[in-house]
Ligand binder design. Structure first.
Ligand code: DGL
Length: 281
């Protein structure tokens, strides 16, 4: 068993995994949500880097050769250091990919006014990863960012559909539009946000497109595997899915199943001990 590893701070990466599995059902996957330490969004660079590296090492210990950081905060704060400093030392033939780059490569094509908004965690916004990357591909696009620190806790606490969520969603959309009313494309730059989609669309001005990352990331992974047959060969293809969490499995299973849209039986793991679990053999 040599699955593709998918990592997020909590439940949000399930929205990415859903799209990846839809597009590439033949592969095996292990999902890891660090729910016990989520949210990552307001944590320091060092902390997000340390937690993410632990998760990557743990997934490598389960024989993953390819790991997707299905978390913008981890992609913004930890990916580059892991790719440049850690991988050459710990696993030169393994790969870790993030989810910001695939979006920035195509997002300029969605906007007619060349004005795009990124809604994300404080960590992703302060890293400036989106504006820096978008500028490389679409230098004429103006990028507005809005940090929404309470949107992830609404999801992690199962409040994503509650009336209380409306207040915080409207607040950030209004704040962004009042800074730049030419924006015609919203990027949900946090993997938790698709779970707030119906409320976000309720407060989105007419004519503005809402772009989630899932299918963009799935498309990009599919191309990556086509272009890297040496990696494609290493990933096993028996259609298995495993779900792991650093929280109690009972707590995880309930919300994860709701969010994923089919029953999930997760297993509680500890990221500090990167040993191979029998469960995955
Ligand atoms: N879902 C993650 C992201 O895409 C992070 C959420 C968090 O832990 O703050 O940014």
């Amino acid at each position: 068993m040599q699955p593709i590893g998918i990592f997020d701070s909590g439940y949000g990466g399930l929205t990415i995994m859903q799209e990846i599995v839809k597009k590439l059902p033949q592969y095996d996957y292990i999902y890891v949500g660090d729910n016990a330490r989520s949210p990552y969004g307001s944590r320091s660079f060092e902390t997000v880097y340390r937690y993410t590296l632990e998760a990557v090492k743990w997934l490598f210990a389960q024989d993953c050769h390819l790991v997707i950081l299905a978390c913008n905060t981890a992609s913004a704060k930890a990916l580059r250091t892991i790719q440049q400093n850690d991988l050459p030392k710990i696993a030169p033939n393994k790969r870790v990919l993030g989810i910001i780059r695939p979006v920035t490569e195509c997002i300029g094509n969605f906007s007619k006014t060349n004005n795009i908004a990124i809604f994300a965690t404080s960590g992703t916004v302060s890293s400036n990863s989106y504006p820096i990357e978008i500028e490389k591909f679409f230098p004429n696009v103006k990028v507005e960012q809005e940090a929404c620190p309470l949107w992830v806790p609404l999801v992690e606490n199962g409040e994503y559909d509650s009336p209380g969520a409306d207040f915080f969603i409207k607040k950030h959309i209004d704040a962004l539009m009042s800074r730049n009313n030419k924006v015609d494309t919203f990027v949900l730059g946090c993997t938790h946000y698709p779970l707030l989609f119906s409320k976000i669309s309720k407060y989105t001005p007419e004519g503005v497109k809402i772009v989630s990352q899932g299918n963009i990331v799935a498309e990009s992974l599919s191309k990556y595997l086509q272009n890297h047959p040496e990696m494609d060969e290493k990933v096993t293809k028996t259609g298995k899915r495993y779900f792991c969490t650093t929280e109690s499995a009972d707590i995880f299973n309930r919300l994860a199943s709701d969010l994923y849209g089919s029953p999930i039986e997760g297993k509680q793991i500890s990221l500090e001990k990167p040993e191979k679990l029998k469960y995955f053999i």
